[in-house]
Design a protein around this ligand. Sequence first.
Ligand code: BTN
Length: 258
Amino acid sequence: MQNKTFSTLFIAQNLIQLSAVDSTNNYLKEMLSKSEPLAEGTVIMADDQFAGRGQFGNTWISAAGLNLTFSIYLRPSFLNLIAQFQLSIAVSIGVVNALNDYVAPGFKIKWPNDIYFQSSKIGGILIENTTSSGNLKSSIIGIGINVNQRKFDSSLTKKISSLGNILQRDVDLVDLLDKICHSIEVQYLRLKSGKADAQLSHYLENLYQYAEQCNYRSLGNTFQGQITGVTAEGKLLVSQDGELHSYGLKEIEFLDNN
Ligand code: BTN
């Protein structure tokens, strides 16, 4: 691995780079199940993640050696279980800020925490928490970003793209990992110091289709609506014909630009 000094205080100061693994989240979970303590901020990064996991039991497919697939170990014991969406907000704005600053402006968070550029998915986040006495205990933050892969399976229903396609050049994976980890660390420490409300505003400012009149589907019904916010539990708030409705995961489909 490259001997890079990371610009962070603790995230990725312990970086374990694997040539191949099924899933970096699984690997980290396995490490945590062993009795030895693990430093908070440990990052597992894989060159070839061959059985990556996505949200809702989906798979995360990533070409070997071309993209970022990594997992961060955090201990957000200051967060109550009912406020766990705040961690998702902090991580997603961390990722989007880094991409907007170091790649190009225009990255958005598609609710709840997909990373979009225009109408294409560029990255995804899978957060797996454990709890103790009503608070979060450990959190595995799995992040996949399409970086230097240019071609994607055209049979996929979603539009998928990469930083390489946006910039028309390759990006150094470890440099980008440093920028993203630094940006997530800034947001994580802000969350820890009680800035969740400001982070929610920032999240909404960067939310894909926020306040735009767009087409959605729920329970087989297609309708026009405007995203107006998210609830404390992370449900999506959509105004439809003057009424406000909230939707949980899998309860609403975005129709305009899948
Ligand atoms: C999604 O959009 O469905 C979330 C995708 C998360 C993928 C990342 S890649 C690194 C980490 N390890 C996994 O198995 N999944 C996450």
